[in-house]
Design a protein around this ligand. Structure first.
Ligand code: NAD
Length: 428
């Protein structure tokens, strides 16, 4: 099918590449010319495993192209909207990019009228799809569907090619049929529903995942006080098929471009309807205070942080991405600098972006180098190369062998046996 994808950020570029890989003819559209130029040359604007190679292959095959001009999408039967919906000042979703995209679609439709399905992939508040359908009502044969995206950064392409589910919300059989044809051959459970239900499924999924994380983080604080072990507790809980093992890992808190903004947007939506989501309020509160709780443990162990050298391993909000939006590492760096610690830091991909925000931090060329002269080292993002280390070398490099594992990913038992002073998040 002929498809256009409006907005080629994390979701858009992944959607465009995966649809091309599934045999469709895809045009990616973005406002930012530099991004489009880069994409045309086969350079991905984001770091995602496998994405750049797949992008280059699809460009070479000639089934994927990029443009800044929506007029080039005149033949597109399906238009995906993948623009950002960031948090606005009051916490609600900022829909200005979305409105810009809808205005562009209206322009395209005026210049090149044809029947089309407009698919909203951006995460948008309940009712947005219905409002867009209303705005486009006068265009004959134009139908609006909601098809939220559930990809995880770090495995985005894989997730787009093999999604956990395909949720399609629409009130028109033509739109449902077009999306069924588009996703033919993709083995995933389908949920066919209304636009509003589809929109809420996305917010509810992210809010629930955030809830699991904050629940475990708060429980980890209790474990730290009781001398019990959150990793063992999580293992025991996860074996219950009603609970399952995913998203039970305690740590320094969640970040990224989705959970923080989507939880506040859902809270605002609920408040607007007079239904306060009190559990979700607490989920955000626990997450907001988790880095400070973690650093409080460090302070208890080291005393005054002023003048001490602290190594921070991992800066992206999670491994295998260069995304630092709302990354817990930013809060940790900020607090350490306020405490006048001397900070060294390492991340395989995200250092340039973090350097722009924290120029006084000393960034190292390897993970091992970050430990040099450190009075304590903190694991904030569990990149493989920040976890698999030569621990003898690390011990020799550090001023004191104090490890604070913010992701419970370092080999605790082995490290204690090797003479490290190891503290995890809620580990006995
Ligand atoms: N990043 C994720 O992991 C993820 C996962 C699931 C859902 N989502 C949702 O998907 C949406 C997009 O997220 P993202 O992280 O890809 O955003 P992003 O900021 O990385 O990318 C958005 C892109 O849209 C472009 N854009 C804005 N207005 C445009 C217009 N009128 N025409 C063409 N291009 C335009 C921007 O230039 C930018 O390149 C958001 O609603 C987000 O909540 C994101």
């Amino acid at each position: 099918m002929k498809v256009a994808v409006i907005g080629t950020g994390y979701v858009g570029v992944t959607t465009a590449v995966s649809l091309a890989m599934n045999g469709h003819e895809v045009l990616g559209i973005d406002l930012v010319k530099a991004k489009v130029d880069q994409l045309r040359m086969g350079k991905s604007p984001i770091y995602e495993p496998g994405l750049e190679a797949a992008l280059a292959a699809m460009l070479a095959q000639g089934t994927l192209n990029f443009t800044t001009d929506i007029a080039d999408a005149q033949d597109a039967e399906i238009l995906f909207v993948c623009v950002g919906t960031p948090e606005s000042a009051d916490g609600t979703a900022d829909l200005s990019y979305l409105q810009g995209a809808v205005a562009d679609i209206a322009k395209l439709q005026q210049a090149s009228p044809r029947s089309r399905v407009i698919v909203i992939k951006s995460t948008v508040p309940v009712g947005t799809g219905d409002r867009i359908a209303e705005q486009l009502r006068d265009f004959k044969g134009v139908h609006v569907a909601s098809n939220p995206e559930f990809l995880r950064e770090g495995s985005a392409l894989q997730d787009a090619l093999q999604p956990s589910r395909i949720v399609v919300g629409t009130d028109h059989p033509d739109a449902a049929a077009a999306l069924e044809q588009l996703y033919e051959g993709v083995a995933a459970p389908r949920v066919a529903t209304t636009r509003a239900n589809a929109e809420l499924i996305k917010y509810a999924s992210n809010a629930f995942l955030a809830t699991r994380i904050s629940f475990m983080n708060e429980l980890a604080r209790l474990c730290a006080a009781l001398g019990t072990d959150i990793v063992t507790v999580a293992q025991g809980m996860g074996l219950d098929s009603r609970i399952g093992p995913e998203f039970l890992r305690a740590g320094v808190g969640y970040g990224g471009s989705c959970f923080p903004k989507d939880t506040i947007a859902l809270l605002q939506l609920a408040r607007h309807h007079g239904i306060p989501l009190t559990i979700l309020e607490q989920v955000r509160e626990v997450n907001a205070t988790q880095p400070a709780w973690f650093l409080g443990q460090l302070q208890k162990r080291l005393g005054e942080l002023r003048g001490k050298t602290i190594a921070v391993l991992g800066l992206a909000f999670k491994p295998d991405t260069d995304d630092i939006r709302e990354a817990p590492a930013l809060k940790v760096l900020d607090a350490l600098q306020r405490a006048e610690a001397h900070v060294t830091a390492y991340d395989p991909i995200a250092m340039p972006a973090v350097r722009a925000l924290f120029p006084r931090v000393h960034y190292t060329a390897t993970a091992a180098e970050a430990f040099q002269g450190a009075h304590a080292a903190l694991l904030i993002t569990e990149w493989k190369e920040c976890v698999r280390l030569d621990w003898q070398e690390v011990k020799a490099a550090m001023a004191a062998p104090v490890l604070f594992d913010g992701r419970n990913a370092w080999p605790a038992k082995e490290l204690k046996e090797a003479g490290f002073d190891y503290t995890g998040v809620g580990r006995s």
